[in-house]
Write a protein that binds this ligand. Structure first.
Ligand code: PMP
Ligand code: GLN
Length: 380
């Protein structure tokens, strides 16, 4: 008998809902992936790298030119200097980065604070490391962090906290004051931070993304995790990077060299060249902001309601209580099968979900996709 490494959660909700959407030919606003193409120039750079023969193993930590381009991008957007040789590692996506960061930092029996709702891989990953997740709920009105609750959850076994900013599924972003609270907490209790910042370039309304890298107390103790899948609308490429101070990064690479060893080479050449013009990333935020506004404006014709527009990420959480009393998972299944629109129920992001009537929509879609969904939703 194989002993499970974590309490079974079944198949991930993203796989379940996308499969259901395909089966019922529903408009798929569930799993987070854009349905519009990547920039053709980036595609050409990949094709060029393959044709130029960059098809063998890349260096274990990642192509130096790519790590340099990432360091320049961090300097440009976060105003901090990061050493590309010792503080950046290219990873096969952010999911891998999060797991490897946890495995680097945790020993058996350590506790890790997780703020719920939480991205679905965190808790299983913590168990896989022989550690114990301790969950703290975000406020149910605005999904802000209740710092008193976080403090109350810290014990002598707490080793780390995992944070996600901008947030999936809530679309919320952190304020300076949250970073001050976190800095005090980690210094007082000597904790590490795993900062999932995959939506770093999807921050709206003229705001800047605040990375943990900007805050000295956090910079010393964090592994910040990123994904090019989100920045370039290429979720299927599964390529990202992690940033951490040299001592942590060295320990991270000890694991990485025997987990993946390296990441596919032509993509690294292509992204390194593409990042020579980092301003392009600013256009990504404005394009997604327009999609958010288009989606929200058209949703006015339905009975779905929201408390605030997503400040970041490409998700909008919406309340369906004016439409149905069903629990959210049943509602999402009904909506897919009977009404032809797929979403993600918020309860999937909790171990013990409160009774919320919320579903998550992904608005990283072509206008025609959004309109096709709204047409089905407005009759409800
Ligand atoms: N963290 C969050 C919050 C995400 O939404 C995603 C999206 N899949 C990931 C991590 C994983 O990113 P990747 O596809 O690069 O593994
Ligand atoms: N991050 C994406 C989402 O939240 C999907 C990731 C996945 O399918 N595992 O929808």
């Amino acid at each position: 008998m194989i002993q499970p490494k974590y309490p079974s959660t079944g198949t991930t909700i993203f796989t379940v809902m996308s499969a259901l959407a395909n089966e019922h030919k529903a408009v798929n606003l569930s799993q987070g992936f854009p349905d519009f193409p990547i920039d053709a120039e980036l595609g050409n750079l990949v094709a060029g790298a393959v044709a130029a023969g960059h098809n063998q193993y890349a260096p274990m930590a990642g192509l130096p030119a790519l790590r340099q381009a990432i360091a320049a991008k961090i300097e440009r957007f976060q105003f901090v200097s990061v050493d590309p040789d010792n503080e950046i590692t290219i990873t096969p996506g952010a999911t891998y980065g999060i797991y490897t960061a946890l495995a680097t930092l945790l020993q058996t029996g350590d506790e890790v604070i997780v703020l719920e709702p939480a991205y679905d891989s965190y808790i299983p990953n913590i168990y896989m490391c022989g550690a114990v997740p301790v969950t703290v709920a975000l406020s149910s009105d605005d999904f802000s962090v209740d710092w008193n609750a976080v403090r109350a959850a810290v014990s002598s076994r707490t080793r780390a906290i995992i944070i996600n900013n901008p947030h999936n599924p809530c679309g919320s972003t952190w304020e300076e004051q949250d970073f001050d609270e976190l800095s005090r907490l980690v210094e007082e209790h000597n904790l590490y931070v795993i900062a999932d910042e995959v939506y770093e370039h999807l921050v709206f309304d003229g705001k800047q993304h605040l990375s943990v890298l900007r805050f000295p107390a956090l910079r010393q103790r964090s592994v910040a995790v990123y994904s090019f899948g989100k920045a370039f609308h290429s979720t299927g490429w599964k390529i990202g990077y992690c940033v951490a101070p040299p001592e942590i990064m060295q320990a991270f690479r000890q694991l990485h060299q025997y987990l993946a060893f390296s990441v596919n080479t032509p993509m690294q050449y292509a992204i390194a060249q593409y990042l020579q013009t980092p301003e392009r990333l600013l256009a990504t935020a404005s394009m997604l902001q327009q999609k958010r506004d288009f989606f929200l404006q058209r949703m006015e014709a339905t009975k779905f309601r929201y408390s605030r527009p997503a400040a970041g990420s490409y998700f909008q959480t919406m309340d369906y209580s004016a439409i149905s009393d069903l629990p959210d998972r049943e509602f999402a299944i009904w909506l897919t099968k009977e009404q032809g629109v797929a979403t993600i129920p918020l309860s999937s992001f909790y171990r013990q979900p409160p009774d919320l009537k919320l579903v998550r929509f992904c608005f990283a879609k072509k206008e025609e996709t959004i309109l096709a969904a709204i047409e089905k939703l407005q009759g409800l």
